[in-house]
Design a protein around this ligand. Structure first.
Ligand code: ADP
Ligand code: 5GP
Length: 210
């Protein structure tokens, strides 16, 4: 006996270089049976080693704008001169199947999700310090010096938005951050408020049969 729980929508944000991508990749490795990583659409060019349909769906400006018109996105935002958006249908299909879905998106998009789907769980990933953040962005070696300055320059303003999130994690050690997220998922899945109606319906049905 029990109830069929709808999947959780996890929204993960934090400044560029904090380690969101690394954590989500590791989380997917250890929870692949019931966890799905949403693949966003973007107008930015693929980085070396990135693949269509694996990292992003790469779109032209025109294609992206037509998807906006067709209301294909649950949220979208323009960041560092490019569009990024979360495809709506794929997410709800997975949640309905009972799978948890991770969105790794920045704060403007996260706040749109908060309005459109307040049941989502909002997690903010912090670097241990701004100096370490800079080392990580530079060490990743995927951006030009100008892009690094732009991303690092926005970091503190982004951190100031932490009050809109439910949980924060200092990403010191990747494995520990992944464990923290797994614990958050476990706790959220046992919250009365999320499943009260289903639990009461289950016992109501049973008591009629007793
Ligand atoms: P984001 O997705 O938040 O922009 P990434 O996951 O790309 O960040 O991580 C940025 C860089 O920092 C990468 O080179 C990654 O290997 C490294 N990194 C991520 N987490 C840690 C950590 N806990 N300790 C040390 N380096 C890390
Ligand atoms: P990057 O270019 O480094 O892959 O991503 C840049 C920023 O865009 C990151 O902060 C990332 O979290 C965010 N991002 C990726 N996909 C989406 C999306 O679908 N929507 C929004 N709003 N942000 C996204």
């Amino acid at each position: 006996m029990g109830i069929k729980k709808r999947g959780l929508l996890l929204v993960i944000s934090g400044p560029s270089g904090a380690g969101k991508g690394t954590i989500c990749k590791e989380l997917m490795e250890v929870s692949k049976e019931h966890m799905r990583l949403s693949i966003s659409a973007t107008t930015r060019a693929p980085r070396d080693g990135e693949k269509e349909g694996v990292n992003y769906f790469y779109k032209s400006m025109q294609e992206f704008e037509s998807m906006i018109k067709e209301e294909e996105f649950l949220e979208y935002a323009k960041i560092y001169d490019n569009y990024y958006g979360t495809p709506r249908k794929a997410i709800f299909d997975e949640l309905d199947k009972g799978n948890d879905v991770i969105l790794e998106i920045e704060m403007q998009g996260a706040m749109q999700i908060k309005k459109a789907y307040p049941e989502a769980v909002f997690i903010f990933i912090l670097p241990p310090s701004l100096l370490e953040l800079k080392h990580r962005i530079v060490g990743r070696g995927t951006e030009t010096l100008e892009q690094i300055e732009k991303r690092f320059g926005s970091a503190y303003n982004e951190i100031k938005l932490i009050g809109d999130y439910d949980y924060f994690i200092f990403n010191n050690v990747v494995e520990k951050s992944v464990d923290d997220i797994k614990n958050i998922v476990g706790a959220e899945k046992n919250k009365v408020g999320r499943y009260k109606r289903q639990v009461l319906e289950m016992f109501e049905k049973e008591i009629k049969e007793c």
